[in-house]
Design a protein around this ligand. Structure first.
Ligand SMILES: Cc1cc2nc3c(=O)[nH]c(=O)nc-3n(C[C@H](O)[C@H](O)[C@H](O)COP(=O)(O)OP(=O)(O)OC[C@H]3O[C@@H](n4cnc5c(N)ncnc54)[C@H](O)[C@@H]3O)c2cc1C
Length: 550
């Protein structure tokens, strides 16, 4: 006999077109690449919001990767087994051209790819680790023309092929990176892994690599860029899992990491035992060489966190619009309205900032930067977006989870997505250079060109429109001129981020959003979400974020 009826529980957030409901993302695309392929995004939005893709994400996180170090006869095989849903998601990411494809496409390709990457993140972010590295490796790998001639087209091919066979037998390949060692990750100059010269062949100077990496994500990638100490100093190498003659290279997977989140993706500890690798770029110049890759994975950290924010916001809005408490929908309770509007502001600002950086990448990569402005913005916004968006992610995830009350905290075999989002959030802040490293990189960027002038040019219209923006701009200008004190680096990074976000919202968002952002972030900033000052148009901000009937 039934003991009770289940009522007042929200329906699952599924079956919505995630592109159609994302007005800030549409605005960013419209602004940075007005000719964007709308049909592509409508199709992706439909897929990413589908119950089928959500099921793949749940299964890939529930049935996590397993290391198979040896076969049953005791021979090393060093392979990782994934659930079929992981492969389905990887195949979808390649079909969506989130990996190397934009390098082979025309102007706007990086803007489109960035927006698609954000949308896909809302379906599942873990697989985007190898996808991001496969995207980011191209500029660095070009420095070895022979290898790039063979591998470049395969890095952009959309036919995912997870087989453990030599690259020559595959249409598409994936790549990862190995920098971090036990004794140092941020300070890679402390790397101890050695590279000994071993002759020369069609791929250039060959070396033998001996040592370890403490973090090597996605170890089933077909090849990696790794840092190792060569006779002339720290250098960058191309290290394939399988050698051209089909033999397995001596990269041994020691174990997989037990991580807080990012469960569907394998991250490993590895050792190299005289593994064959080829020099990429100049010997002794490994750090700048591999950072050509790192700068782009930092872009993806910002995009990924902005995507996760949007996902968490959508679920929170969807739930609050259906759940009733104290005689009203949660979404109509004034205190909850303030929380939802505040989250919506943060999400829109993050989307705008990440997409602005993508535009700078696009313009510079496609030679559309005659006056050099985009190059300066790319240099300065890479650490800014990585630092600020990723830093805000965890607090955002916590607050969005709280909107669902106890249901937010419960996973129920992976179906409760808020807990997964919350566990995923910190990783983008830590990997590819944690918060302090980004803030310190801002100080380095200030020495690289006319940053202050470029920034002030960028925010001029918003300064004229709002007194709080003008005050912040003055403070930033002073801070940039005085920059050098590392103890103040985060403060400056935060201020630059807020200033640029305000300018972007001024240019592309409704007045209610820009106004509330200026009041709640610049005039009367708060340590918690949901404390926007009186006078903000909460309804308008929420309506912008939630154009669907729950
Ligand atoms: C899930 C996951 C996957 C990863 N995958 C990969 C991978 O595929 N390949 C790879 O190479 N690495 C990978 N990493 C490693 C990651 O990039 C490093 O953990 C990160 O760069 C930090 O290095 P560390 O762990 O050695 O910490 P440290 O370098 O010891 O840093 C610790 C803290 O000190 C701060 N700090 C460092 N220097 C300074 C300074 N001068 N001033 C002030 N503060 C400072 C940092 O900001 C950080 O907060 C992965 C990490 C994670 C969590």
């Amino acid at each position: 006999m039934a003991t009770h009826e289940v009522t007042n529980q929200a329906r699952p957030f599924e079956g919505l077109n995630l592109f159609d409901i994302n007005q800030p993302l549409q605005a960013a695309l419209q602004r940075h690449h007005p000719g964007f392929d709308r049909a592509r995004f409508r199709a992706l939005g439909q897929d990413a919001g589908s119950a089928a893709m959500q099921a793949d994400a749940r299964l890939a996180h529930t049935h996590t990767p397993e290391l198979r170090s040896h076969d049953r006869f005791g021979r090393r095989i060093d392979q990782v087994e994934f659930h079929p849903s992981y492969h389905a998601l990887m195949a979808a990411a390649l079909r969506q051209r989130l990996h190397g494809s934009p390098w082979a496409e025309g102007p706007g390709s990086h803007v489109e790819r960035a927006a698609a990457f954000m949308l896909f993140t809302e379906a599942e972010p873990s697989v985007l680790c190898p996808i991001s590295m496969t995207f980011a490796v191209t500029p660095a790998l070009r420095a070895n023309a022979a290898i790039f001639a063979e591998w470049g087209p395969k890095l952009a091919d959309t036919r995912y092929d997870p087989r453990f066979v030599p690259a020559a037998a595959k249409h598409a390949v994936t790549m990862g990176m190995g920098m971090t060692e036990k004794q140092g990750g941020s300070d890679v100059r402390s790397n101890t892994t050695r590279a000994e010269p071993d002759g020369e062949d069609a791929w250039g100077r060959r070396f033998r690599i001996t040592g370890h990496k403490w973090f090597l994500s996605a170890p089933m990638c077909d090849a990696f860029l790794v840092l190792a100490q060569a006779p002339s100093g720290l250098s960058c190498f191309f290290l394939p899992r399988l050698l051209p003659d089909g033999t397995v290279n001596t990269l041994h997977i020691q174990r997989l990491k037990h991580k807080l989140g990012n469960q569907a993706n394998a991250s490993s500890e590895v050792e190299f035992d005289r593994a064959a690798a080829w020099l990429v770029g100049d010997e002794g110049r490994g750090v700048p060489q591999i950072l050509a890759m790192g700068a782009l994975t930092r872009l993806d950290c910002a995009l990924g966190t902005a995507g996760l924010m949007r996902q968490a916001l959508s679920v929170a809005l969807h739930h609050s619009a259906q759940r009733h408490a104290f005689g009203k929908r949660l979404a109509d309770q004034p205190a909850m309205k303030n929380v939802l509007a505040d989250l919506a502001l943060e999400s829109e600002a993050a989307t705008a900032l990440a997409m602005r950086l993508a535009r700078a990448v696009d313009r510079t990569e496609h030679g559309l930067d005659a006056d050099g402005h985009e190059a300066v913005m790319r240099r300065v916004l890479t650490p800014i977006a990585k630092f600020w968006i990723c830093k805000r992610g965890s607090a955002f995830g916590q607050e969005a989870m709280e909107c669902l009350g106890g249901n937010g905290y419960v996973e129920e075999q992976g179906e409760g997505v808020m807990a997964r989002i919350y566990r995923e959030m910190p990783v983008n802040s830590i990997w590819e250079g944690a918060g302090n490293i980004q803030a310190l990189d801002l100080l380095r960027a200030l020495r690289s060109g006319p940053v202050a002038d470029a920034l002030m040019h960028e925010v001029a219209a918003a300064r004229a429109a709002n007194a709080a923006v003008e005050r912040l701009a003055m403070r930033v200008r002073h801070g940039l001129d005085e920059a050098g004190d590392e103890a103040q680096a985060r403060r400056l990074a935060r201020d630059v981020a807020l200033l640029v976000e305000a300018a972007l919202l001024h240019d592309s968002s409704p007045d209610a959003v820009f106004d509330a952002f200026c009041r709640g972030r610049l005039d009367e900033p708060s340590d918690v979400f949901g404390a926007l000052p009186a006078g903000c148009d909460l309804d308008a901000v929420i309506a912008r974020a939630m154009p669907w009937e729950a």
